[in-house]
Design a protein around this ligand. Structure first.
Ligand code: COA
Length: 254
C-alpha cells in the first residue's frame, strides 16, 4: 500500500487509475479496503484513492472523535497527495465526513457520493457500551446489523475482519463522532452535484436517511440498491459501480 505523510503521521491508502480524482472514505472502524471493488472497478474512468483514516488500517493514530476533525485530516490528505478538487465519496461515517467537507469547504470538491449514510447518525447505545468495554461482542453486533439477509457471507468477510482489526477505542471514537453528527438543518446548503446510494435492506442507516439527503440536496440523484444492507458497495459492487460511473460521466458533461 502506498503511504503519504499527513500532519507528520503516516497515512496509507489504496490507489488505482489516473485522471480526475475520486476520493472514497470509509466508515466507523473500517479501512480503505471497504472500497476495494470501487478502487478496482472504477480505475478505468478515474484516479481512485481510498485512504485509511488515522488510527485505522495502515495509518498512524490517534483516531478522532468528531467528524469535523476527520474532515480536516482528509483535506490534509488531499493536499499531501497533490490533488486539486476531488469528487468525494463516503460510506457511513465517511459520508458524514464528506458532508462536512462539502459544507465547510465547497471549493475543494466537484461532486459528492454519499453511500449508506445520513445527515444525522445517532448510534444504538448498546453499540457504544460494548465498544467502551472493549467487548468482542461489539464487532459481532455491528456485523450482524450490517448486511442484507440476501448477502452471501463470503463477500462481507473482508469488512468484518477490518472491524475486528481496528482498536476498539478507535472504533468507539468513530461511533461517538457519528452520534454527535447532525447536519439535518444545514445539508440543504450543499451545492455540489450529489449521488446518494442506499441498500434497501440497510438497518443502520435506513433508506429514510437517504431519502432525506436526496430531497434536501438540490438536484441529488438517489440510487436504491436491492439485496444490499449497510455495505452496498461490497454487497452489490456491480450495481453501485454502474451508478457511480454514470454519476462521474454526468460531472464530465456538466
Ligand atoms: N435522516 C432522516 N431522518 C432521520 C435521520 C436521518 N439521518 N436520523 C434520524 N431521523 C429521524 C428518525 O427516523 C426519527 O423519526 P421519527 O420520529 O419519525 O421516527 C427521528 O429523526 C429521531 O431519530 P433519532 O435521532 O435517530 O433518535 P431516536 O431516539 O428515535 O433513535 C436510535 C435513536 C439510536 C435508536 C436510532 O437512531 C437508530 O436506530 N439508529 C440506527 C442504528 C445505528 O446505531 N446506526 C449507526 C449509525 S453510524
Amino acid at each position: 500500500m502506498p503511504v503519504l505523510t499527513v500532519g507528520g503521521r503516516r497515512a496509507a491508502y489504496l490507489d488505482a487509475g489516473s485522471g480526475r480524482a475520486l476520493m472514497l472514505v470509509h466508515g466507523a472502524g473500517g479501512r480503505g479496503a471497504v472500497w476495494g471493488p470501487q478502487v478496482a472497478g472504477l480505475s478505468d474512468v478515474a484516479h481512485v484513492l481510498a485512504p485509511d483514516l488515522p488510527g485505522h488500517g495502515g495509518s498512524d493514530g490517534p483516531g478522532c472523535t468528531r467528524v469535523a476533525e476527520y474532515a480536516e485530516w482528509l483535506l490534509g490528505f488531499v493536499d499531501a497527495a497533490g490533488l486539486g478538487r476531488v469528487t468525494l465519496g463516503g460510506h457511513s461515517m465517511g459520508g458524514a465526513i464528506a458532508q462536512a467537507v462539502a459544507l465547510a469547504h465547497p471549493d475543494r470538491i466537484d461532486g459528492l457520493v454519499l453511500v449508506g449514510t445520513g445527515a444525522r447518525l445517532r448510534v444504538l447505545p448498546r453499540i457504544l457500551e460494548l465498544f467502551r468495554k472493549g467487548s468482542p461482542e461489539a464487532a459481532s453486533l455491528v456485523a450482524s446489523l450490517s448486511y442484507s439477509p440476501r448477502t452471501e457471507p463470503g463477500r462481507v468477510v473482508e469488512a468484518e475482519h477490518a472491524l475486528r482489526e481496528t482498536p476498539p477505542l478507535v472504533t468507539l471514537g468513530d461511533f461517538l463522532a457519528c452520534d454527535r453528527f447532525d447536519v439535518m438543518a444545514e445539508v440543504k446548503a450543499v451545492r455540489a452535484p450529489t449521488l446518494v446510494v442506499v441498500g434497501r435492506d440497510d438497518v443502520l442507516t435506513p433508506p429514510k436517511y437517504a431519502a432525506f439527503l436526496a430531497s434536501a440536496i438540490r438536484g441529488a440523484r438517489l440510487a436504491e440498491v436491492d439485496a444490499a444492507g449497510h455495505f452496498p458497495q461490497l454487497e452489490q459492487p456491480a450495481g453501485v459501480n454502474d451508478a457511480i460511473r454514470a454519476f462521474l460521466a454526468s460531472l464530465r458533461e456538466g
